[in-house]
Design a protein around this ligand. Structure first.
Ligand code: SAM
Length: 345
């Protein structure tokens, strides 16, 4: 009886449909903001189910827009839903939803790229990192131009246990363009294996949940969309600072079709390049003729550990950037080129 009473209290009273709300507030999708709305509440329910049970959960929804996903999160049992929406046109519709779910929906008019989620929820929901994740979820159907930089920022936050991860191993359920989903979840040897695959998978358990057909969105986007669920790992598979791992992976993948030693070489200044590359490859015990896409996370871990060791012996290596050296060389060449060669005289 008590349980069914609680369920009834989570149910929303009759509301205009999301489609009616869009008409009511004249919420035309802004093409330049890549706004594609989900109006099918069975589909938004399905996205929300990927997060697991939301009973009594705290949730941050990014980009609620007209509120389809928002309704499903409330229906899923969240007791404290904080939505962060950049476009002010959606705020009145969200307020209507907030009145229908008293005390359960907080609205922030702002940009998720700057919003401090670490201050958005009570500290007492935190769970020690080694324990189960806290009852806090981040869920969102964002424009692709935002979701990719955001996941990179959040991966760094996971490594440093900052931002949404001050509460513990907060889980994320987010949509991405299908190609990005393939990169995020690509395994060793696959064509889509990339920087993003390594950076996401060394820190998280990454699950490709399902693909949403383009026609489910209004307006229909040019690309297919996938839902991905991330659970931060208790122990990251690589135990080096995020920036160092990112640098090693970036250098290796800049020559994704070549042997991996070619990218490793670019971690070192020209004067000591060959010698230190050989030392790093030997210390890591990685076959230098493997292609970047063939490297496993243990391979990358061994390479990052070997690079960290070399940097501990020669700290100036850490700030060396091959592209910066190239840029400086080009600049010097231009400065030293006689004016004649520019004028063609
Ligand atoms: N969640 C809604 C849905 O599924 O129908 C809307 C999805 S629409 C693809 C993306 C939403 O994110 C829009 O409402 C847009 O205004 C919002 N948005 C875009 N950039 C944002 C940002 N940086 N911070 C917060 N919201 C943002």
């Amino acid at each position: 009886m008590a349980a069914s009473g609680k369920l009834a209290s989570l149910r929303l009273p009759p509301l205009p449909t999301v489609g009616e709300l869009i008409k009511l507030y004249n919420l035309r999708a802004e093409k330049q903001l890549s706004q594609n709305f989900l109006l099918d509440l069975r589909l938004t329910d399905k996205i929300v189910r990927q997060a697991g049970s939301l009973r009594d959960a705290h949730v941050c929804e990014v980009g609620p827009g007209p509120g389809g996903l928002t309704r499903s999160i409330l229906k899923g049992g969240a007791v404290d839903l904080l939505v962060v929406e950049k476009d002010s046109r959606f705020i009145p519709g969200l307020k209507l939803l907030s009145e229908a779910a008293p005390g359960r929906l907080r609205i922030v008019h702002g940009d998720i790229l700057n919003y401090r989620i670490d201050r958005g929820f009570p500290a007492n929901i935190s769970k020690p990192w080694e324990e189960d994740p806290p009852n806090l979820h981040i869920i969102g159907n964002l424009p692709f131009s935002v979701s990719t930089p955001l996941i990179i920022k959040w991966l760094e936050n996971i490594a440093n246990r900052t931002g949404p991860f001050v509460y513990g191993r907060t889980q994320l359920t987010l949509t991405f363009q299908k190609e990005v989903v393939q990169r995020l979840t690509a395994s060793t040897g696959s064509k889509q294996r990339s920087r993003l695959s390594i950076m996401a998978q060394y820190l998280c358990n990454v699950r490709n949940c399902f693909t949403i057909p383009g026609q489910a969105f209004v307006p229909k986007p040019q690309v297919d969309v996938g839902v991905v669920h991330f659970t931060p790992l208790v122990t990251p598979q690589i135990q080096q600072p995020f920036k160092l791992v990112e640098k090693v992976v970036r250098n290796i993948f800049q020559y994704r079709r070549k042997y991996c030693h070619k990218g490793v070489e670019k971690l070192f200044p020209e004067a000591c390049r060959m010698e230190l590359t050989q030392e790093m490859m030997e210390k890591a015990d990685v076959d230098p003729t493997l292609r970047p896409t063939e490297l496993t996370i243990p391979h990358i871990r061994a390479l990052a550990d070997a690079y960290a060791h070399l940097c501990s012996q020669e700290p100036s290596l850490l700030s060396y950037e091959f592209r910066e050296e190239l840029r400086m060389k080009r600049l010097t060449r231009q400065i030293n080129t006689p004016m004649d060669s520019f004028t063609g005289t």
